[in-house]
Design a protein around this ligand. Sequence first.
Ligand SMILES: [Zn+2]
Length: 211
Amino acid sequence: MTQTLDLGPRVELVSMDPHFHDITIALYSPGSDGQPAYLIHTYSSVPGADERIACLRQTMQTLGGMEAIGEGLLRFPCGHAHPLAARRVFLDSCKLSPEPAAEPRPLHVFDKKSDGTITVASLGNGLYEARPADNAQGTERRVATIARGLMRLGEMEEVDGQPNQTRFSCGQEHDDLIGLLLVRAPNVRAAMREAEDMASRGVLAAPSAQE
Ligand SMILES: [Zn+2]
C-alpha cells in the first residue's frame, strides 16, 4: 500500500490495543475546512481492524459527546478543539471493552478519599459546579479538588472566587465529556502520568506511525 494519507498532526497514540490484537491506533487532527476535527487511524491490516476503528469512533461519540462529520472525522459540537479532552476520550475509549457498548457516564462519582459521592451540576454556558451529593463529612473539602481535577483534565478555566466551579472556554455544555473526565478527577495526577507513559511508550514501539 503506497497510498499517502494526510492525517495531520498526531494527537495521541495507543501502541497496543488491549482489545484487538495489540494493533497500534492513533488519533490525528487533520482539520476540516479550518475546523478542528479528529480522525482515528491504524496502519494495521489485520482483518477486522476497520471494524475496530468504527467501534472506537462510536465509543468516542458516546463517551465524549463528540459527533461524526463524515469521512470518519469526529469533532465536538461546539466546534472547539479541546485537544486534551479529546486525548482523554480517545485513551479511555481504547481501554474500554467493546462489549457491552459504551454508555455515557453519569455526572457523579464516588470519591474514595472522602468516602462520599460528589456530583457535578451544569449551570449553563459551559459552567460546571462540583457539589457533595449528601451531607457526608469530608466531601465538602474534596469538591474543590474535584473541580480542579476537571479543570486540568479538560483544560477548563478557573472561575474567580468559586473554587468549586470550572468553565469550558467555548461557553457551551459538554455533559458527556464531564461525565468521562469525572471518573478520573479524584486522582488527576495518576491520569496525567498514565497519558505521558502511554505517549512515550508509543513513540518507542511504533516509530513508523510518526511519519
Ligand atoms: Zn466546547
